[in-house]
Design a protein around this ligand. Structure first.
Ligand code: AVJ
Length: 317
């Protein structure tokens, strides 16, 4: 089974206990990666984006800075921007500033606090912009309010977050948002295709230990939200590059044989046994183009960074 985004039926909380237990009962233990993004996790991820080693964020900002005028031209006026996993909003601000009088912005995020803050700020910053925040798990089935303006819909999915889905789920996700966004929609997708193991291991296990703290924080989240008894000091962070599958994996490795209780259930861990907390696929451009095509998106333009790692994909239905 897999530590990635997986479509779940809508439940009371974004992440139900049995999803967590299903992962911890699995032969190869894993946790749904959205558990990484509680309030503390979202803060730590913002710190990761400032690190020298974590090039995806900076590379994508530079690509947006350079190519947003062409993208805005292609999308046209009065756009309806739909953003799964809205996060802190710096890239969103760049997009909304570049677009010609965008009409509506629909951020979708599990981190309700961050979502509310981003929505409030963007509403204040962009006069005339209708902001409709949706606090939900964007990997789950969801409905969007009908468009109220004539402009084109634009799905904005930067950050190489598409890499956190298993390929099959990535295709389904892209197809679902194609359907949600409508027949005349466009998409701007950010994806990393790096295959340099050394660079990737540095980017996912930085010298200051911020990524390690981001990863370990998932155990604090489980202790708080699922009455778990994880001792964070009994685990260590590890990044692994699986070249055959073109993916980086984040692992929390048990430092000793131990039993942890989660929602009242005992979970046995051996010394050296990993819990996989995230997969980050680094699809080659061909694979990514095929994913988009199979999901109903025609690639219109691709903008690559000078090192050929991060790319912005502009597509339309
Ligand atoms: C923004 C979710 C795509 O996978 O690169 C950063 C998350 N994980 N460092 C990524 C992440 C470890 C990031 N995503």
């Amino acid at each position: 089974m897999k530590p990635t985004n997986r479509a779940t039926r809508r439940r009371t909380d974004p992440i139900a206990g049995d999803d967590v237990l299903a992962g911890l009962r699995a032969p190869r233990k894993y946790l749904p990666c959205k558990l990484l993004y509680d309030a503390r996790g979202a803060e730590l991820f913002e710190q990761i984006c400032t690190l020298d080693e974590y090039y995806p964020y900076r590379s994508e900002l530079a690509l947006l800075g350079e190519h947003l005028p062409a993208i805005a031209q292609a999308v046209g006026p009065a756009a309806r921007v739909i953003e799964p996993g809205s996060g802190a909003g710096q890239k969103t601000r760049m997009l909304l500033s570049a677009l010609d009088r965008p009409a509506t912005y629909i951020p979708i995020d599990v981190s309700a606090e961050q979502l509310a803050a981003t929505a409030r700020d963007l509403h204040a910053e962009f006069a005339g912009l209708e902001v409709i925040p949706i606090a939900a798990d964007y990997t789950a089935q969801l409905a969007l309010p009908p468009p109220r303006h004539a402009g084109r819909s634009l799905v904005f999915f930067p950050g190489s977050t598409i890499g956190n889905f298993e390929p099959t789920d990535a295709r389904q996700f892209l197809a679902r948002f194609a359907a949600l966004a409508g027949p005349d929609a466009s998409i701007v997708l950010g994806a990393d295709a790096n295959a340099d193991a050394e660079e990737l291991l540095r980017a996912y296990d930085d010298a200051q230990g911020v990524t390690a703290a981001f990863d370990l924080n998932v155990l604090a989240h489980l202790n708080r939200a699922y009455a778990a008894t994880f001792d964070l000091a009994a685990f260590m962070h590890r990044a692994v590059w699986d070249a055959a599958r073109s993916r980086i994996e984040m692992h929390l490795v048990s430092r000793r044989r131990q039993i942890v209780h989660v929602a009242g259930e005992p979970i046995h861990l051996e010394r050296g046994e990993p819990i996989v907390t995230e997969h980050c696929y680094k699809h080659s451009p061909d694979v990514l183009a095929a994913l988009l095509d199979e999901a109903g998106w025609r690639v219109r333009q691709v903008f690559a960074d000078p090192r050929g790692r991060m790319r912005l994909w502009l597509g339309e239905r």
